[in-house]
Design a protein around this ligand. Structure first.
Ligand SMILES: CC(C)(COP(=O)(O)OP(=O)(O)OC[C@H]1O[C@@H](n2cnc3c(N)ncnc32)[C@H](O)[C@@H]1OP(=O)(O)O)[C@@H](O)C(=O)NCCC(=O)NCCS
Length: 187
């Protein structure tokens, strides 16, 4: 299945935790909702991104990457509120690692544990497959409760622990974990 075919699958509805959730491909139209969403998250849930998404410039850069095809993201809405997103970022110009994508997932604190992360990750794997990616990597700090366990459930294994790699706004260092998972080629 090609990326264009998958594109045609959205918007798509699913029911999780009693909520009717609409999944959409992220575009520039989601800019304000994404800004409001990331600003509602605890600071520890943003450190793994390595860019500060609470800054509008960082969101604008992300939207440029979406439009250039270097990033693809799925967002989930219920009653016009953005509940979470999952994205895959790639560097096609980086020849030797062009088949590796970085997955990023963030779910609203009050919507965790209802299966939204798992559903979004499943969609990202389909997109990754359509892009002929072979491997997805995920970054997270050790302070993110449940992130490592969730990613193990998604099929990822820990590849590296980088000590004191990330520094928060107060100047405190945090360890970063890198996990990875092979993308099953079905196309
Ligand atoms: C990690 C995260 C994406 C998981 O999303 P989620 O929607 O809460 O996860 P799901 O409800 O789909 O659960 C997925 C699996 O992980 C398990 N899980 C979820 N949270 C857990 C927790 N805190 N402790 C233990 N297990 C947990 C679930 O039981 C489920 O297991 P199953 O598939 O065997 O049923 C979410 O917690 C989050 O956004 N965290 C902050 C951002 C982050 O750390 N991102 C990771 C870096 S990319």
């Amino acid at each position: 299945m090609t990326e264009t075919t998958l594109d045609a699958h959205y918007p798509m509805n699913l029911k999780l935790g009693g909520r009717n959730i609409e999944l959409q491909m992220m575009s520039a139209q989601d800019r304000d909702a994404i800004i409001a969403f990331v600003r509602s998250l605890p600071a520890t849930d943003l450190l793994f991104l390595l860019v500060d998404l609470t800054q509008q410039a960082a969101i604008d850069e992300w939207i440029e990457q979406l439009e250039a095809g270097y990033s693809t993201a799925i967002v989930g809405y219920a009653n016009r509120r953005l509940l979470g997103y999952a994205s895959v970022h790639r560097e096609p110009q980086a020849h030797w690692t062009r088949r590796v994508g970085e997955i990023r997932v963030n779910i609203a604190s009050d919507c965790r544990g209802i299966g939204l992360g798992k559903a979004l990750v499943g969609h990202i794997f389909e997109l990754a497959n359509s892009m002929s990616l072979r491997k997805l990597v995920a970054h997270m700090t050790v302070d993110q409760p449940g992130a490592r366990v969730s990613f193990e459930r998604f099929g990822f294994v820990q590849e590296a622990l980088l000590t004191n790699y990330v520094e928060d706004r107060q100047g405190n260092p945090h360890d970063l974990i890198i996990m990875s998972c092979d993308v099953e080629q079905t196309g």
